[in-house]
Design a protein around this ligand. Structure first.
Ligand code: VGL
Ligand code: ZN
Length: 192
């Protein structure tokens, strides 16, 4: 049911970009990024539908500094940095989505990746998505907004996400933007 925080068959968990390069020691490390793994594992074990997205760039991606972009090279396809954090326990039936595969375009929204996530979720009868992962102020924010645009109710799992914070406060501003767009902010411990 979309009106409370009790899990049902119409709920899906989306773990955004919990990849080595976004975790401590990675090429574009998010502070304490690995701390999202625990709450995501706990919910993944309880959700009928689980989605995991990955940032999945070619080596010459436009967002990398060598091409004039803002970021160091990260999440290059088929490299260890693009792998999921090793402590993640995605269920066998997890739906895996990749995004930002084309060199000439960046993409922060899991609903603009491959396969078409909105179509896959609708086909399964999903009405609400619970979203966590990395990073709060980039791909988590855009995936939350993408889900809302696609017509899903959204619970943003505040303890299961961490922010890059290129500018201090970006994480808090991202949470405010999610809420203003219609997402419900919740701690994963509140999910019944
Ligand atoms: C991301 C920066 C660059 C993210 C991806 O997953 O939030 N951030 N590429
Ligand atoms: Zn990226």
């Amino acid at each position: 049911m979309a009106t409370d925080l009790t899990l049902g068959p119409a709920d899906a968990l989306i773990g955004v970009d919990v990849q080595q390069d976004f975790c401590p020691g990675g090429a574009l490390a998010v502070r304490a990024g690995d701390q999202v793994v625990g709450p995501l594992n706990a919910l993944a074990a309880r959700c009928a539908t689980v989605v995991a997205t990955r940032d999945w760039h070619p080596a010459d991606h436009c967002s990398f500094a060598a091409q004039g972009g803002p970021w160091p090279p990260h999440c290059v396809q088929q490299t260890p940095g693009a792998a999921y954090h090793p402590a993640l326990r995605w269920p066998a039936a997890t739906i895996h989505v990749v995004k930002a595969e084309a060199a000439e375009r960046d993409c922060f929204d899991g609903f603009s990746g491959r396969p078409d996530l909105a179509a896959v979720l609708r086909q399964r009868g999903v009405e609400r998505v619970l979203v966590g992962g990395l990073a709060t102020d980039y791909c988590v924010l855009q995936t939350v907004l993408g889900a809302l645009r696609a017509g899903f109710a959204v619970v943003a799992l505040v303890d299961a996400m961490r922010a890059v914070e290129v500018q201090p406060g970006d994480g808090q501003r991202a949470l405010a933007a999610m809420q203003a767009a219609g997402a419900r902010l919740s701690r994963s411990s509140e999910i019944g």
